[in-house]
Design a binder for this molecule. Structure first.
Ligand code: SAH
Length: 248
């Protein structure tokens, strides 16, 4: 997957892309990440990227020209590389559709993603109307820039790409993938400060472990995020268990 990110602060991406699964995915050519400084696409002497809002009010707004030019240049490069058509151009904004594991899965199917990070009061509305194809929010709060939001989106997407997590780790039974929160996890020691790991996990009985985990996932989801249970993919027996737990 090729990922192109437009920002006013390219250096913010050095650290996350330099470690862990990102670094491994880049080193193994599973992803190619390019960061573009929006300022490089200005033409005036002062490299102006923002301006006062029409109609007045506090703060500054990112100008449309450098963003359009940068995206169009990136697009022309991508189109000369391949012809599979759809190219998501995503603006990170608190006004976008709420990001979720489902959207991460949806984005992981594309071969290219372009992400635009806003700053200040945001971007000129013409960018939203005539350039971007998608607007994503990472939650109902306001950040000072889209960079952290872009990292969140890219992180959630990249770990879903084939080969990125490696064979020892898998994402299929994680929270939000099955519609349930994940069961509790334990590692050694079996007893720490007199707190023991549940016996069933030490039993070596895989069927019992799987059953316990599934029940714990249901219980935990019920306690913490009951609204998720209604949409979760449960068999009849599990649905009955959930109903019993809900009533008790
Ligand atoms: N004035 C805007 C907020 C601007 S915040 C408004 O009220 O809608 C500055 C930039 O931070 C935005 O352009 C966006 O790129 C980013 N940002 C802030 N909160 C975000 C969120 N919850 N999700 C994604 N991006 C966000």
């Amino acid at each position: 997957m090729r990922i192109d990110i437009l920002t006013l602060f390219p250096q913010m991406f050095d650290s996350p892309f330099g470690i862990g699964i990102f670094k491994r995915a880049i080193d193994q050519n599973l992803i190619r990440v390019s960061i573009y400084n929006i300022r490089d696409y200005t033409h005036d002497k002062h490299h102006t990227v923002d301006d006062y809002p029409y109609g007045g009010g506090a703060g500054m707004v990112l100008k449309p020209e450098p963003i359009f030019e940068a995206v169009e240049l990136i697009k022309s490069g991508i189109h000369s590389e391949q012809e599979d058509g759809v190219l998501p151009i995503i603006l990170l904004t608190p006004q976008g559709r709420p990001f979720s594991q489902q959207i991460a899965h949806e984005l992981s199917k594309y071969s290219n993603l372009i992400l635009i990070c806003g700053r200040y009061e945001g971007v000129d509305e013409r960018v939203c109307e005539h350039l971007v194809t998608d607007e994503i929010s990472i939650g109902d709060y306001v950040l000072s820039g889209g960079e952290l939001a872009a990292m969140v989106v890219v992180d959630a997407v990249v770990r879903l790409l084939p080969g990125v997590l490696g064979s020892e780790a898998s994402s299929w039974d994680e929270s939000h993938t099955t519609g349930l929160l994940e069961y509790p996890q334990y590692t050694r020691p079996a007893v720490y400060r007199e707190w023991s790991v549940p016996d069933v996990l030490l039993s070596g009985n895989h069927a019992q472990v799987a059953k316990w985990r599934r029940e714990q996932a249901i219980l935990r989801t019920l306690k913490r995020r009951p609204e998720l249970l209604d949409k979760a993919n449960l068999c009849l027996e599990e649905r009955q268990l959930a109903d019993r737990l809900r009533e008790s």
